[in-house]
Design a protein around this ligand. Structure first.
Ligand code: IPE
Ligand code: IPE
Ligand code: MG
Length: 236
């Protein structure tokens, strides 16, 4: 079985999970954080090199203020509870998104975790926070254009463009998983998802278990990735 190098996940369904149990939406987010720990440690143990988790989108600011505040308090809770274990497991923390707009305390805990884990050589656990694929592309295009204008660069091409994306140091996304069976990618990794395999699962994020990740990887292994070409054995 091939383990995907880079798995991206849209962790969705926290609110519905809570509602079904008669709990406030925040209760779903709280369990969701515990799931991040469980799934990250498991993914690292099976040899996944990078996992990018959609934690907060540029559109999630449109939610009620109390929910936004609660979501922004979670990084602190996550790293206070699990940073020791992350270090023990040799996991490296990274982050993508517009960091300038998130509250100071959340930004600080991320920066500290990124710094503390920067020499770890296991899986990269990459959080997409205040992330929007459209914003990422426009920001990259703006910086690229400035560098061309200033004479730093004279040619515009795909390889050059990629270096301006938040994901410049990360491998291509092999597998996208979205929980809660919403059949859309919302505003996630719009550039990076070209030729990624996609799995949409009915499971809500707070119910997602290592065995569910295994099922997604099994499904990934059943796919025929052609990247626009032809696979030899299929052409007779
Ligand atoms: C995903 O769960 C978490 C975030 C978007 C932050 P939701 O909060 O979107 O849960 P549903 O989709 O309302 O069930
Ligand atoms: C996508 O989920 C964003 C995150 C998981 C952080 P949403 O719940 O915000 O997406 P939509 O609104 O259903 O597309
Ligand atoms: Mg949702």
């Amino acid at each position: 079985m091939k383990v995907p190098k880079h798995i991206a996940i849209i962790m969705d369904g926290n609110g519905r999970w809570a509602k079904a149990k008669g709990l406030p939406r925040t209760a779903g987010h709280k369990i969701g954080v515990e799931k991040v720990r469980e799934i990250a440690i498991y993914a690292n143990s099976i040899g996944v090199k990078c996992m990018t988790l959609y934690a907060f989108s540029t559109e999630n600011w449109n939610r009620p203020e109390a929910e936004v505040n609660y979501l922004m308090s979670l990084p602190k809770i996550f790293f206070e509870s699990y940073m020791k274990e992350i270090m023990k497991n040799n996991i490296r923390i990274m982050m993508i998104g517009d960091m300038d707009e998130i509250p100071d305390n959340a930004r600080t805990v991320f920066k500290n975790a990124i710094e503390e884990s920067k020499d770890n050589t296991g899986m990269i656990l990459n959080f997409a926070v205040n992330y929007g694929g459209r914003r990422e592309i426009v920001t990259a295009a703006r910086k690229y254009a400035e560098d061309v204008k200033n004479g730093k660069i004279n040619d515009i091409d795909e390889e050059g463009f990629k270096k301006y994306l938040y994901t410049s140091e990360l491998p291509e996304v092999d597998l996208l998983i979205r929980t809660s069976y919403e059949l859309r990618i919302s505003n996630y990794l719009l550039y990076q998802l070209a030729y990624s395999e996609m799995v949409f699962t009915h499971t809500l994020w707070p119910d997602f278990k290592p065995s569910d990740l295994d099922l997604c990887i099994d499904e990934y292994n059943s796919r025929d990735r052609r990247f626009g070409g032809l696979n030899e054995e299929k052409t007779a």
